[in-house]
Design a protein around this ligand. Structure first.
Ligand SMILES: [Zn+2]
Length: 317
């Protein structure tokens, strides 16, 4: 039975606990590939995990935002359940797991922002000078609770506002809102991809040919699928399929947060279905006691994205 993910469902969550879970997972299921695709500002490894033998590449990522780190155990649990299903041959969400495995490759980065996740959980080393830096950044934004309101990476760049898709527009909007310096959230960075975490995501994506990307966030129980007027072929229909199976609404991103995110950049550069899925509701960080309920509700999106991926053409790069 899948149980490794349970070590991540804890308020003591840390990069070390996560690394150990990755070790255990890949030891138990040797057909899961793993690689370090970059390092966080504080030097934590940024793991990518991969599984499958097919040509249709699907990408899932979680925890761009520090106080949305609950998305990490969510994605990790799916990878573990999928691996367990591959090993046993039992269907997953009623789907033929052998077919999924033979026709697709799942790539996953379950923890994009390890330093930020540690900061929110109180497990980032207080003797690290970066900790003092984060405290100073927090003190410049006294209205944002510290550290629970922290979404950024450890040096105060909002990673999901750091991609080269309408970045100048995002900057104008966020500067107008007062986020003109490194901040707990909403600071776009000095330039696109100035943060090592978003740059690594960019490089990973450029090196592969993802047909579908799923980015997990936690605010609103909705599926965002568009960037500006880009409407990748099949994208709306897939969003509707996800919606029917989860009850999440399909929506257009609000203008003020509609630029410089991972999915915005992916859609702009690849013109393939890219989604931001908001799997929770309430104030971040969501209580870890909500974990099972959140997981069960969003779960169908994962096997379904593998199921539909072979029908999406690879991006022409
Ligand atoms: Zn978010």
């Amino acid at each position: 039975m899948p149980d490794i993910y349970k070590t991540l469902v804890t308020d003591d969550f840390s990069s070390r606990i996560y690394d150990r879970a990755v070790d255990e997972l890949t030891a138990r299921y040797p057909f899961i590939g793993r690689g370090i695709w970059g390092r966080s500002v504080a030097g934590a490894p940024l793991w990518s995990l991969s599984m499958g033998e097919g040509g249709a590449q699907v990408f899932m990522n979680a925890a761009h935002h520090a106080n949305e780190w609950i998305t990490t155990p969510v994605l990790f649990r799916f990878i573990e359940e999928y691996a367990e299903s591959v090993a046993s041959g039992r269907p997953i969400y009623g789907l033929d797991v052998g077919r999924l495995y033979r026709t697709t490759v799942l790539y996953a980065v379950p923890l994009v922002n390890p330093d930020g996740a540690e900061l929110v959980n109180g497990t980032f080393s207080e003797s690290n000078p970066l900790y003092g830096g984060a405290v100073r950044i927090g003190s410049r934004y006294p209205d944002i609770p510290f550290p629970s309101g922290w979404k950024a990476n450890i040096t105060g760049t909002d990673l999901n506002l750091n991609y080269p898709a309408g970045w100048e527009t995002a900057k104008e909007i966020k500067f107008e809102q007062g986020f003109t310096t490194p901040a707990p959230r909403d600071y776009v960075g000095e330039e696109p991809l100035s943060a090592p975490e978003s740059e690594a995501m960019y490089v990973l994506t450029r090196n592969l040919r993802f047909r579908i990307t799923i980015s997990l966030h936690t605010q609103g129980e909705v599926i965002y699928w568009k960037y500006l007027d880009y409407e990748p072929e099949g994208s709306y229909e897939i969003a509707q399929l996800f919606s029917r199976n989860t009850g999440y609404a399909v929506e257009t991103t609000p203008y003020s947060s509609g630029f410089a995110g991972y999915k915005d950049w992916f859609i702009q550069d690849h013109n393939r279905p890219g989604y931001t899925v908001e799997i929770g509701l309430g104030e971040n960080p969501l209580p870890i006691t909500d974990f099972d309920e959140i997981y069960e509700r969003c779960f169908p999106i994962f096997p379904l994205s593998l199921y539909v991926a072979p029908n999406v053409a690879p991006p022409d790069l």
